[in-house]
Design a binder for this molecule. Structure first.
Ligand code: PMP
Length: 454
């Protein structure tokens, strides 16, 4: 690994300070961000030559790790063969990928490609609204999501996002977005004494639809497991109940699989943990290409698509994305899925997520750990000042654990909001291809950090 010349590093840091606007970051004079130079597997090396294990897979997307030559070759070959082509017409990698996605989803779906998770959700909202117009229910436009959910940064997706601090400076968002409490049993929004929080949370959707009038509600959007909002893991029955409610009211169920898709939770898709659930619309990004190139996908059940066919009337989806479904991105996604299947990544995540990462559950013995929530390679550790009162831990405690891990060469994250009682969950989501040695290092480093607090 080459270490950049000292003066180059200083120049990069100066230019970074001067010109680069970082995502979701406080810009503080004099503090330098980690500048990555190269990566290998689950690890990256910064410009000073220090190596880190990426315990959050970039932004939960680098599922197969850095440096997969087959993926890079697939992109290069596709770019040489056909460098760009729009999906107003068609091209081979998009056709093959749409067929593959339908196979993986376990039913017949039609897929619209975009460039990101936000766009895949925007597309889903437009499809849901238009679907109802075209099936004789033009008043069904409202979209229901859960508090703590994150569904993207563009204004529609941000309106479905229900995390105050991400929104307050950009509100009012798009009209017609409503929010219900999440199935958050640890701090049940319906009261401490409630023992069946998931069921009450699902039934709240039923109530909201009744109160709003089912004739005005278009869709419910949810992640199978809220990820960015603090890793909230309901029982399998929760989604089953939500599906039942949606069907009863002719409301579409949109499943946001941007994080959970392609193996992250130990199944190919997160909804597959709930037997019998088959969402009307599934949105994807991140793990679809393991982050190698941007790609979003909105897969819609074929019977819904049927209502978009032209039959004299103007029924087509008036939606286009110049780069959506770029041939190189689709070729990368196909290769990524081929590797996931060939290397049995999904069952590996299910196994190692319990065996090695499962040791993280023992952190519950620590006085400041209120709950450890997990599914596959997705872990959330909720920190409290005191187990009895469940008062959320101070910012400094989370910063200390993150800092101690970083010192030892491990990057872990935390959920993004800064509302008190909402920002106290540490997040661990390493690449799905991390070696056993990597995972052992991760667990030991986190354990050591916890040994040093309190
Ligand atoms: N949905 C979920 C669940 C996400 O976590 C994210 C991104 N973190 C998005 C949507 C938006 O994806 P993107 O950043 O690619 O627009």
């Amino acid at each position: 690994m080459t270490k950049l010349e000292v003066q180059d590093t200083q120049l990069l840091e100066a230019q970074d300070q001067e010109h680069l606007w970082h995502a979701m970051s406080r810009h503080v004079e004099g503090s330098n961000p980690t500048i990555a130079d190269s990566g290998e597997g689950a690890w990256f090396t910064d410009v000073n030559g220090k190596r880190y294990l990426d315990g959050v897979s970039g932004l939960w997307c680098l599922n197969l790790g850095h440096g997969r030559k087959e993926i890079v070759d697939a992109a290069a070959e596709q770019m040489m063969k056909l460098s760009y082509f729009p999906l107003t017409l068609s091209h081979i990698p998009a056709i093959k990928l749409s067929a593959k996605i339908s196979e993986l989803l376990g039913a017949s779906y039609k897929t619209f490609f975009s460039n990101s998770g936000s766009e895949s959700n925007e597309t889903a909202f437009k499809i849901a609204r238009q679907y109802h117009i075209q099936t004789g229910n033009p008043g069904k436009y409202k979209i229901i999501s859960r508090y703590r959910a994150y569904h993207g940064s563009t204004l529609g997706a941000l309106s479905a996002t229900a995390q105050a601090n991400r929104r307050v400076k950009y509100d009012p968002g798009v009209p017609g977005f409503l929010h219900v409490p999440p199935p958050y049993s640890y701090r049940c929004p319906f009261g401490e004494e409630v023992t069946n929080c998931d069921k009450v949370a699902a039934d709240m959707i039923d109530q909201m639809i009744n109160w709003e009038g089912a004739e005005s509600v278009s869709a419910v959007i949810m992640e199978p497991f809220i990820s960015g909002g603090g890793v909230i893991v309901p029982s399998a029955e929760y989604m089953q109940r939500v599906q039942e409610i949606c069907k009863k009211h002719n409301v579409l169920l949109i499943c946001d699989e941007v994080v959970s898709g392609f193996g992250r939770t130990g199944k190919m898709f997160g909804f597959m943990h709930s037997e019998g659930v088959q969402p009307d619309i599934v949105t994807m990004a991140k793990g679809l290409t393991s982050g190698y190139l941007p790609l979003g996908a909105t897969s819609v059940k074929s019977e819904i698509f049927e209502t978009f066919k032209e039959a004299g009337a103007d029924k087509h989806l008036r939606h286009v994305s110049t780069y959506g479904g770029h041939p190189a991105s689709c070729a990368v996604a196909l290769k990524n899925i081929e590797i996931i299947e060939k290397e049995n990544i999904v069952s590996r995540v299910a196994t190692l997520g319990e065996s090695i990462l499962g040791r993280l559950k023992d952190l519950i013995e620590h006085p400041n750990v209120g709950e450890v929530r997990h599914k596959g390679f997705l872990y959330g550790i909720e920190l409290v000042k005191d187990k009895q009162s469940k008062e959320p831990a101070e910012d400094a405690m989370l910063a200390k654990v993150i800092g101690l891990c970083k010192e030892k060469g491990l990057i872990i994250g935390r959920n993004g909001d800064t509302v008190p009682g909402f920002n106290n969950v540490l997040i661990i989501a390493p690449p799905l291809s991390s070696t056993e040695e990597d995972l052992n290092f991760l667990v030991e480093t986190v354990e050591n950090a916890f040994n040093q607090i309190n």
